[in-house]
Write a protein that binds this ligand. Sequence first.
Ligand SMILES: Cc1cc2nc3c(=O)[nH]c(=O)nc-3n(C[C@H](O)[C@H](O)[C@H](O)COP(=O)(O)OP(=O)(O)OC[C@H]3O[C@@H](n4cnc5c(N)ncnc54)[C@H](O)[C@@H]3O)c2cc1C
Length: 178
Amino acid sequence: MKDKKTLAVVGCGFAGYTLIRRLASRVPELEVILVDPREAAVFLPLLPDVVAGNVSLDRLLFSLPEFCRRQRVTFINRSAERLDGERTLVLDNGKKVAFDYLVVACGMEPNFYGDERVRKVAFTLAGKDDARKLRARLQEVVGRGSGIPGWRDNTGRYPGLVGRDADGRFCPGVGISC
Ligand SMILES: Cc1cc2nc3c(=O)[nH]c(=O)nc-3n(C[C@H](O)[C@H](O)[C@H](O)COP(=O)(O)OP(=O)(O)OC[C@H]3O[C@@H](n4cnc5c(N)ncnc54)[C@H](O)[C@@H]3O)c2cc1C
């Protein structure tokens, strides 16, 4: 008979991280499994400073395999997709993880309230790739739009972060007509 109960934690952002820190060492009779597709978690509150160039992204990352090693937690570097029955998690590679207890702590996704056009052009800031993209765009805009003659793009538009779409609505990322 299995003597340890298994806790599966889906997601290691602030919620999953805090739960594991508080639980794993204090409840030795629990076997903890973390499922997260990321190798490194990001300290989100300082992400805008990465975009602004005040902080290097590397300083905001912490390694999940290392964290799990320290906490004696099994790390599965995959996405959880769905439940199979009441006690089995199915991963994106089709593998199954059996558990006794499950905590789903997989955060949020940006919400565009059903506006597809905004979704396509907007910059989001919910992770490290977003920060890289937004920083690159800002550098491009500042480079082109800093008073240097010829800063408009070849359609005569200022390639800004906020502008109007074809219907004249304000929209992030489409550029300002000048
Ligand atoms: C730019 C920015 C600045 C912020 N600043 C502040 C602040 O100053 N103060 C404050 O209190 N809050 C701030 N927040 C909000 C705060 O970061 C969030 O409330 C917090 O991160 C939510 O924690 P969470 O654990 O629920 O989710 P997250 O931190 O988003 O973590 C979710 C985790 O789940 C994983 N995951 C997602 N889907 C799956 C899946 N299918 N299977 C397995 N794993 C999955 C992800 O990889 C991730 O590791 C900020 C957020 C952002 C984006």
